[in-house]
Design a protein around this ligand. Structure first.
Ligand SMILES: NC(=O)c1ccc[n+]([C@@H]2O[C@H](COP(=O)([O-])OP(=O)(O)OC[C@H]3O[C@@H](n4cnc5c(N)ncnc54)[C@H](OP(=O)(O)O)[C@@H]3O)[C@@H](O)[C@H]2O)c1
Length: 241
């Protein structure tokens, strides 16, 4: 399903698991069997939606997937043109991130069965690109110094054929997409628990100085009670006030 034939970008579905108070940081909820079973609802609902391309912010990627690995720069002198690099991949499963300043360290081009695509700006070092080429990890340029999310989405569609994309946090990347009007559907899984802290991130976080317009309006499509008293809400985005 394509959002808009003119722009040819993926249909973007945001999926987040939250507490009743809309907080998203699972590690603050305690590392107990009960909490872990609740937090597992993310994978369960993700599998039920069944879309094999997902995108997360740089912070989530390094915390949950690359274990804070430092960027690797290939030794020697390299001059790499700012052309998108589509590495060989025999899969339609994609793990995607936005890393405009090349802060993530990559040793392999895959996460599990998923081929990694990193979205960069043209300002990243040539030696960083040379390393990504060596390991066969795909990269896209979406801006000279600042990431343009719309350009990134259009390239994911045109270069990789991604028609549907799961946007999976954290709050900052979700907020960036929301602010640009690039989310089509929101799936929120509310767990039967309250976080209660002020500082914990929420589902959408937009810098007040960058915020465009008023609230984003949604229409409720489905309410499902799932295992362990969790509630799975599906909304379509209608527009902004
Ligand atoms: N409960 C859940 O369902 C769930 C799901 C996912 C994540 N999480 C949690 O959320 C936390 C991380 O959330 P977060 O909000 O701090 O970080 P995040 O959204 O994962 O990543 C934010 C970073 O992504 C990059 N980014 C985002 N929007 C961008 C844009 N428009 N242009 C360029 N770069 C952009 C920036 O990287 P630079 O700073 O390098 O520019 C930014 O600092 C983690 O603790 C994670 O475990 C929870």
């Amino acid at each position: 399903m394509k959002k808009d034939e003119k722009t040819k970008r993926p249909y973007v579905i945001c999926l987040m698991v939250t507490s009743l108070d809309g907080k998203i940081l699972a590690e603050k909820w305690g590392d107990t069997p009960t909490v872990n079973k609740l937090a597992d609802k993310f994978e369960i609902v993700q599998d039920r939606i069944g879309i094999p391309a997902w995108i997360v912010g740089r912070t989530t990627m390094e915390k949950d997937f690359t274990d804070y690995a430092k960027p690797i720069l290939k030794k020697g002198h390299h001059e790499i043109s700012r052309e998108d690099f589509v590495a060989t991949h025999n899969t339609k499963r994609f793990a995607i991130t936005i890393d405009g300043s090349a802060k993530l360290g990559w040793e392999e081009p895959t996460i599990g069965d998923d081929h990694v695509i990193t979205i960069l700006t043209e300002a990243v070092p040539d030696a960083y690109l040379a390393h990504l080429k060596d390991i066969g990890l795909s990269y896209l340029f979406a801006g000279k110094t600042v990431v343009n999310l719309e350009v990134a989405l259009e390239k994911l569609y045109s270069l990789f054929g991604i028609e549907k994309l799961m946007l999976e946090g954290g709050g900052k990347i979700n907020g960036s997409f929301l602010n640009e009007g690039l989310i089509d559907e929101v799936n929120q899984v509310i767990l039967p628990m309250a976080d209660g802290t002020i500082e914990t991130s929420t589902m959408f976080e937009i810098d007040a100085k960058k915020k465009k317009g008023g609230a984003t309006l949604m229409s409720l499509q489905e309410v499902r009670k799932i295992e362990d008293d969790a509630v799975w809400l599906t909304y379509k985005v209608v527009g902004r006030e």
